[in-house]
Design a protein around this ligand. Structure first.
Ligand SMILES: [Fe+2]
Length: 291
């Protein structure tokens, strides 16, 4: 009971602040509830590094994140998203966590894997756990859905992504920082020292630790870019472990820096609104050369 009151009060206050600050009334509600959540932005970013073999030049990755199916994001929207990703003709697809908002409560769960399975990538599809994938007894549900859909789940492990000529880059994935058991040391065990290292971590703030392991690039989600941002004030809510790096591209460290990209995700959680934080797909292109 106290928890319910607390949550309701929190939502009321948060949304109240949102409308009061904007002074938009019903127009603002409609925009943030219906319009902005459907405005998909496709961002293009180059991943350039001297350790990327030339055979990877032009290789494309599509990252999508935080769909939160079941909470104001339905199967039809999900279907359209999959079509959109396929139109981008990616070589690699990375999903960086939070597939279902509450894995054990989604009544159309049997429709999820057949849709996800339709995603096409010439090299492969990889994913990691987000906090919502563990919540609601979701750990097994999520793994089964992703593996059925031909995704490889990276749980504190790594693999080599190889080209036909035998050259490769290392892909690492760690467990969620909030509700899982992330272990970078375990994830690093099989990684060749001189390879280009790309890490998938739902929580962006893991980058501060990943820097010490020689990770070159990290792709994250989790923050939803703040989800609702007040002009001149900033995000209403930024979750734990996204406080240092809530959105976009960062360079961390100096001698052997780590580049971090934080995707804003697709769906919403807690509040069915997005404002100044449009849903996003990110298309990365790999390039060998001086970074
Ligand atoms: Fe999320």
């Amino acid at each position: 009971m106290p928890k319910k009151i607390k949550r309701r009060t929190f939502l009321k206050r948060t949304f109240g602040t949102f409308l009061t600050v904007l002074g938009l009334g019903s127009g603002g509600y409609f925009y943030a509830n219906r319009i902005e959540p459907s405005l998909l932005e496709i961002k293009r970013i180059e991943i350039k590094h001297s350790l990327i073999p030339p055979s990877f030049n032009g290789t494309t990755i599509v990252q999508f994140s935080d769909t939160h199916l079941g909470f104001h994001y339905n199967i039809n929207q999900f279907k359209k998203l999959v079509e959109k990703i396929n139109q981008l003709e990616p070589d690699l697809i990375f999903f960086t966590g939070d597939l279902l908002d509450e894995p054990n409560k989604f009544d159309e769960i049997n429709k999820v894997a057949p849709i996800l399975k339709q995603l096409n990538a010439t090299i492969g599809k990889y994913c990691i756990y987000g906090n919502h994938d563990h919540g609601g007894y979701g750990s097994e549900i999520y793994r089964n859905l992703m593996e059925f859909s031909s995704f490889t789940v990276l749980l504190n492990e790594s693999l080599l992504i190889k080209q036909k000529d035998g050259t490769s880059i290392s892909l690492l994935g760690i467990d969620d920082r909030m509700l899982g058991r992330p272990n970078l040391e375990t994830a690093m065990k099989q990684v060749p020292k001189d390879s280009f290292k790309l890490l998938l971590s739902h929580a962006p703030d893991v980058a501060d630790e990943a820097l010490n392991y020689g990770v070159h690039w990290q792709l994250s989600g989790h923050s939803h870019g703040g989800q609702v941002k007040i002009p001149f004030v900033g995000a209403l809510v930024i979750p734990p472990y996204a406080q240092n790096y809530p959105e976009g591209l960062y360079t961390i460290g100096q001698d052997n820096p780590l580049s971090l990209y934080v995707n804003r995700g697709i769906g919403t959680t807690r509040l069915p609104f997005r404002f100044l934080a449009k849903p996003e797909l990110t298309v990365f292109t790999l390039s060998s050369g001086t970074n």
